[in-house]
Design a protein around this ligand. Structure first.
Ligand code: F6R
Length: 253
């Protein structure tokens, strides 16, 4: 696992957007695994800027998102489909037919999950999977558990996740309690993983991820087993990792 230490959120956003842009330049028909939430907003803003400057072209890119709230329609302003449309897709020249998000309207979880697995399986691989880090260590909506769940599944969100995500809703009571999420095996199959972590609220969990054992109780810890995983974290997020190297870039064994 390679860790890149950056000063703040702005630098994190620039560095992650540059990394994704490099992939698009080298492989114009790449498949991007994308995340929602607050952390990638700056990355998406910077990707849109690079697109507007004529430096990247999304016309052949495909994207597969990590997750979606169960029960929300694509045009619901709180749905992750809506988030992606507003914050990235509508501002670049990606073909909407090549962008995929689990179907939150599919009420039968087994059907929703197998349909999304079939979509993922259409691609030989995800070239780069972008991840945020949940306050309880979740990636996608793979919540802490006693086992890693391999493929797309319906998850009941932990109280901490509902509380953290309530900032996007008027009222905590509006936050859906369930979501469909890509599983750990599909995340781990990506050729490259990029996890971005910002702010002091993530410091304690980032320490567990970077310094602790690999365990499904801290789902992101599984990333230690990936052969090409980069974590970009800012000083605030790394503030509890005293024992780690202070260099701007280092490799964790
Ligand atoms: C969302 C997702 C989640 C978020 C995580 C962190 O698609 O996959 O795992 O990345 O909840 O969210 P923020 O960035 O809002 O702190």
């Amino acid at each position: 696992m390679r860790v890149i230490r950056v000063s703040d959120y702005e630098e994190l956003s620039l560095r992650s957007a540059d990394l994704i842009a490099s992939l698009i330049i080298l492989k114009p028909d790449c498949v991007l695994g994308l995340a929602t939430g607050g952390t990638p907003l700056g990355t998406y803003r910077d990707l849109i800027r690079l697109y507007r400057e004529g430096r990247i072209d999304f016309s052949q890119v495909s994207s597969v998102n990590l997750d979606e709230y169960r029960g929300l329609k694509p045009n619901d302003p709180h749905s992750y489909r809506y988030f992606m449309d507003q914050n990235l897709f509508q501002n670049i020249n990606i073909d909407p037919a090549h962008t995929f998000v689990p179907d939150g309207c599919e009420s039968d979880p087994a059907s929703a999950c197998s349909k999304y697995d079939a979509i993922i399986d259409r691609f030989p691989l995800i070239d780069l999977q972008l991840l945020g880090l949940g306050g309880d260590g979740h990636i996608g909506f793979n919540e802490p558990s006693d086992c890693f769940i391999r493929r797309t599944h319906c998850v009941t969100l932990k109280e901490e996740t509902i509380r953290a995500n309530s900032r996007f809703f008027q009222d905590k009571a509006e936050v859906p309690h369930q979501a469909y999420t890509m599983g750990i095996a599909d995340i781990m199959k990506a050729s490259r993983i990029l996890m971005i972590v910002s702010g002091s609220s993530k410091a304690a969990i980032l320490r567990q991820v970077l310094e602790g054992p690999v365990t499904p109780a801290v789902p992101a810890s599984v990333l230690h087993l990936h052969r090409n995983c980069t974590v970009i974290a800012d000083e605030d997020a790394l503030q509890c990792c005293d024992r780690l190297c202070k260099d701007s870039q280092f490799i964790l064994p």
